[in-house]
Write a protein that binds this ligand. Structure first.
Ligand SMILES: [Cu+2]
Length: 358
């Protein structure tokens, strides 16, 4: 490329100097060697650039991919890549008349959206299902758009994981909603499907499953420890998300690379209350992401959070007028970003820095 970029590992719990935030740019023609020491739950992470001012356009034009964290312990889930375990990175895009990606951040003030839905970079994908149970790793890789995922036969999917690891218990769902940056692992049961079924985003088919002879699957879904999520924990910090378009802010401020907004100690556990303050128009959902950690969502407006969020998360949707409490333990040091994952909001300054020291 003829412009600077960075290598950001969304969801990896690593020190800030490996994290590829806006401070670690790689100039055109330059080479970067990245060493990652990975020690966290098996999960579906992704990577994308994070340079100040051009993250949204670089991601829109194709710079993003998946990173699987795995271990050697068989856990009873489908895990043969491309056979019974497939990724679907779902993104909306608009095309120029000659087929190029049409990025224009000004067409939609709250981020670039598209009229075409891609899965893994392609339009109208098909997959030949070979096993009764298929594990699908869903990623909302859009710049700005939330997706409601459903099956064409209106069957339930079983969500088994959030961004950073398995759910405490599997959750059957007809609709799975993901905001930009969020991921979910789901199991789809094809044993009752005749010929085809499709996955839809906001009612539009983006991947068709062709079903023939199916291998019987013996799936065991691992059950993990239940975490105590006391809804009356008091917040150590309050962050207020506000605004839309190019008038977005966190606690009334826009991003300043020279300013540390929050100082934290390594090993400390903090509760952050993230409030989405509505504006005169009612406001909009902001997906809130923190670098270098996986956190727990403990409450929404004082109530227990959704069961499908009871796993490690690195991005959490905060609806207008909602207060979401999350519990974070900082295990790595350095200066990390936290921001809205509507990429154009991030670029317009909806981002801050937390410095974690020994
Ligand atoms: Cu936002």
């Amino acid at each position: 490329m003829d412009e600077p970029t960075t290598f950001h590992w969304h969801g990896l719990v690593i020190p800030a100097d490996m994290d590829g935030g806006p401070h670690q740019t790689v100039a055109p023609g330059e080479r970067a060697q990245v060493r990652l020491d990975i020690d966290q739950e098996p999960s579906t992470l992704w990577f994308h650039p994070h340079p100040m001012g051009s993250t949204a356009e670089q991601v829109y034009k194709g710079l993003a991919g998946l990173l699987y964290v795995t271990n050697d312990t068989p856990n009873g889930l489908p895990n043969e890549y491309g056979v019974d375990d497939i990724p679907l990175i779902v993104q909306d895009r608009r095309f120029t008349p000659n087929g190029g990606l049409d990025y224009d951040a000004h067409m939609n003030v709250d981020g670039t959206t598209g009229d075409t839905i891609l899965a893994n970079g392609a339009i109208n994908t098909t997959f030949d299902v070979q096993t009764e149970t298929l594990r699908v790793r869903l990623v909302n890789g859009s710049n700005a758009r939330d997706f409601d995922f459903t099956l064409s036969n209106e069957a339930e999917m079983t969500q088994i994981a959030t961004e950073g690891g398995p759910l405490e218990r599997p959750i059957p769902l007809r609709t799975i909603t993901l905001t930009p940056g969020e991921r979910a692992e789901v199991l789809i049961d094809f044993s009752q499907v005749e010929d085809v079924a499709a996955l839809k985003a906001d009612g539009v088919t983006f991947t068709t499953f062709r079903v023939g002879e199916l291998d019987k699957a013996s799936i065991k879904i691992p059950v993990t420890e239940t975490m105590e999520r006391s809804t009356d924990k008091t917040a150590d910090r309050r962050l207020t998300l506000f605004g839309f378009g190019n008038m977005v802010s966190i606690n009334g401020k826009t991003y300043d690379p020279e300013r540390i907004d929050i100082e934290a100690k390594r090993g400390d556990t903090e509760v952050w209350e993230i409030e989405n303050k509505p504006d005169m128009m009612g406001g909009m959902t902001h997906p809130f992401h923190i670098h270098g950690v996986q956190f727990r969502v403990i409450s929404r407006d004082g109530n227990p959070t959704y069961d499908q969020e009871k796993g490690w998360k690195d991005t959490v949707a905060v609806a207008p007028d909602e207060r979401v409490k999350i519990e974070i333990t900082f295990t790595k040091t350095g200066t990390f970003m936290y921001h809205c994952h509507i990429l154009e909001h991030e670029e317009n300054g909806m981002m801050g820095q937390v410095k974690v020291t020994e």
